[in-house]
Write a protein that binds this ligand. Sequence first.
Ligand code: PMP
Length: 397
Amino acid sequence: MSDRKILMIPGPIEVSPEVRAAHDGPPPGHLAPPVIEAFGSALEQMRAVWEAPASAQPFLIAGSGTLAMDMAAANLLQAGDRALVFGTGYFSDRMAEILRRYGADVATEDAPVGEAVTLSQVEVALEREKPKVVCVTHVDTSTGVRMNAPAVAAKARAAGALTVVDGVCATAAEALSMENGDVDIYLTGSQKAIGLPAGLALMVASERALATRDALALPPPYYLDFHQWRPIMKAYEAREKAYFATPATNLVRAAAVGLEQILSDRFDGETGIRARTARHAHVACAMEGAWQAYGLEHLCRAPADRGVTLSALEYPPGVGPALVAEVAKHGVVVAGGLHPERKADYFRVGHMGYAITRVDMLEKTVTAVGLGLNALGADVDVEAARNAFRTTYDSES
Ligand code: PMP
């Protein structure tokens, strides 16, 4: 590694040398055979990472996670339809705002900052609102709160609603299988646990989601319409030429490699996506050892409600947002708080994607946070934290 700082924010993140190599180079045309092959392979691999049935449709589109959120809203709802959003932070608030832009009648059920919405609240809200569509943020990057998205989706389905899960800070790190048909759209952006540079919106839509789009009275905005993209995705998966709007060809090449790396993972007796999610949980646990050694508290107090992709940690007494710059002096970029109500109270460390396979990067992060804390007078034991981290990290079975 050069003296370049490592990027340990909750996205964008470090990417593997193989992904970088696949991305680099002169831009290929969208009809070049290697791009068609990479596109087809990326879509097939998305089915495996999302654990999606054959009837579901993966979409890989130039844009960011917010584009995928917009597409979900535009293809499932029209003016007057009822939607219910479970609020766990900044990004679920964003989803509610997007839905309103499509004229949906949006109800929100919000948890206090740093908490998840409980499943009994979910049941009551479903009964009260009778929504067409339910939206849940799998891990809200602003708070570190994880919702039990599979359980919410099962309840929503039983209540006759469709479920959209924002997996931007979760997909390929938190367990979620589309196999049983409970989740209707699971969406993400390329710059998070999928392990690619920013610039792609990735989502898989269930058969019910596709049928819901078919039944809309008015078509969604042009670039967002499943009907425009679906024939293109089908063509690429069949390794045929297709054009609707120019794909991000370098990123498509990178996606084929990045998804392959996820699917070739082996960890704790598991393979593929299951290994990858288990590895993320293991690393989150190892990082937790270090945070405890530093005496740091999470914004999300309940361990069972914390995502594995990031740590949102409160500044200890006497330490504030200046910590982020102190940590950067030791070669690691972490992020400040994001939730509008609490952002001066905490900082965020990402641990997802390629970095979870790099013990040197994780250990450097633990060290840099400790040195930063010390510089601001917190007097923590960096060696003890590193040992706590290593003990768990090395306990990989
Ligand atoms: N949802 C979540 C949970 C996110 O973390 C983010 C990005 N940080 C978004 C949505 C929006 O994604 P993007 O910035 O790629 O548009």
